[in-house]
Write a protein that binds this ligand. Structure first.
Ligand SMILES: C=CC1=C(C)c2cc3[nH]c(cc4nc(cc5[nH]c(cc1n2)c(C)c5CCC(=O)O)C(CCC(=O)O)=C4C)c(C)c3C=C
Ligand SMILES: [Fe+2]
Ligand SMILES: [Fe+2]
Length: 366
């Protein structure tokens, strides 16, 4: 319909196709199988990323291939085997499910926006899923990540992978990146509800919030990760009305000999037990899907460490996974960042696009 100034807005087309908005939901990645060769392939790609290990290549690569991979692949594979599900790695299962649920949530709100998931390391790769979205007609793509807190080693690495793809793509879609949502109300509320429900069912304990660590020097170099973790923790404690004495924030998964963000999770669990805290409830707010780091390192190793140090009761509060409140939060974050992009394609636009395409093809055949 023409507007009052006489301008007749036409639906946008690219080669006869209606413009389409899509979402790429990216997570870290995981091995294809819980075996030493598959874990080796995965770790080689992960630990070979300059964003993850910031040591000059000439020093790092011989160490990685000569020492780390031969030593770590088998040990890590055994850990993966202890959490593996019949359908595969928990990280992949949850990430795929979240993408499907997000698309469904958006559809209920009237958005026609396909959602695909991708892994920074392993499969399906970011490049292959961007190719697939483009082949499906996506002209605008929102890059949404599974990390609420920005870190150079995770968030920026996904941005790098997307920009590697644009370098080999002729007609690059419009791109938007969601870099963080550590203080998003829906995300925090979903976390708080999860803890509250857990406490209603099991009684309360000291709340330990464990985030994945990063080398401490990245904080001094300007990485906002540490601040964003602390802000999430403070806001979650506020939602739960906790006094500072009722919760502790820690960092897990130290890798290598350098100093990482402190306090470390496992020694803190031991120290809490030693000073007479006999029950802890551990939540990992930086992980939106359960994975090796939460299911093995926290719920198995962390539990053993706490109980061996004299603690009596250890509860692990699982990640947001497919929690409806989390899917709604993710949907809200996506909607906010897609603002101004058409996601509601009128029925006649598709028909018009098809007739234009047919006309173009007729023209080309002439
Ligand atoms: C949540 C954010 C994450 C940050 C930040 C992060 C930084 C980071 N990680 C390593 C080394 C390893 N991480 C490993 C597993 C792993 N890491 C994250 C998330 C973050 N990492 C997740 C979700 C997972 C689990 C993947 C899964 O398949 O379930 C591993 C592999 C496992 C092992 O061998 O221990 C390594 C290694 C570094 C060096 C780093 C920052 C510099
Ligand atoms: Fe990690
Ligand atoms: Fe770990």
């Amino acid at each position: 319909m023409a507007s009052s100034d006489g301008f007749n807005p036409e639906p946008e087309f690219t080669h006869g196709r209606a413009a389409r908005t899509a979402i790429l939901y990216c997570n870290l990645g995981t091995p294809d199988e819980p075996t030493a060769p598959a874990v080796r392939r995965y770790l080689a790609q992960f630990l070979g990323d300059r964003r993850v290990v910031e040591i000059p290549r000439i020093v790092w690569l011989p160490l990685l291939y000569g020492v780390i991979l031969p030593l770590r692949a088998g040990k890590s594979a055994a850990k993966y085997a202890s959490i593996w599900e019949p359908e595969g790695s928990p990280l992949r299962i949850w990430t795929e499910k979240q993408a499907k649920l997000l698309q469904g949530w958006l559809a209920v709100r009237g958005h026609d926006a396909p959602v695909r998931f991708a892994m920074r390391y392993g499969q399906p790769s970011i490049a292959s899923q961007l190719d697939a979205l483009k082949a499906e007609g996506a002209t605008r793509i929102l890059i949404l990540q599974a990390y609420p807190q920005y870190a150079g080693s995770t968030t920026a690495s996904v941005i790098d992978a997307v920009s590697q793809w644009t370098q080999t793509t002729r007609n690059v879609p419009e791109l938007r990146f969601v870099n963080r949502y550590h203080d998003d109300r829906g995300y925090l509320q979903a976390l708080a509800q999860r803890v509250e429900r857990h406490w209603q069912a099991n009684g309360t304990g000291h709340l330990l919030m464990s985030f994945h660590g990063v080398p401490e020097r990245t904080l001094h170099l300007g990485d906002p990760y540490h601040c964003e973790c602390l802000k999430t923790a403070r806001m979650l404690a506020e939602w739960l009305r906790l006094e500072p004495s009722q919760y502790t924030v820690t960092f897990q998964s130290r890798f290598g000999k350098a100093k990482w963000l402190e306090p470390y999770t496992e020694p803190t669990l031991q120290a809490l037990a030693a000073k007479g805290v006999d029950r802890v409830d551990v939540i990992c707010p930086g992980f939106t899907s359960d994975c090796l780091e939460t299911l093995e390192e926290i719920a198995m190793e962390g539990r053993d460490a706490f109980l061996a140090a004299g603690g009596k009761t250890f509860h692990y509060v699982s990640c947001l996974n497919d929690d409806p409140a989390w899917i709604a939060a993710l949907g809200g974050i996506a909607e906010k960042h897609m603002a101004g992009w058409p996601t509601k394609v009128p029925a006649d636009t598709a028909a018009l696009a098809r007739s234009r395409e047919a006309a173009m093809l007729r023209g080309a055949a002439r």
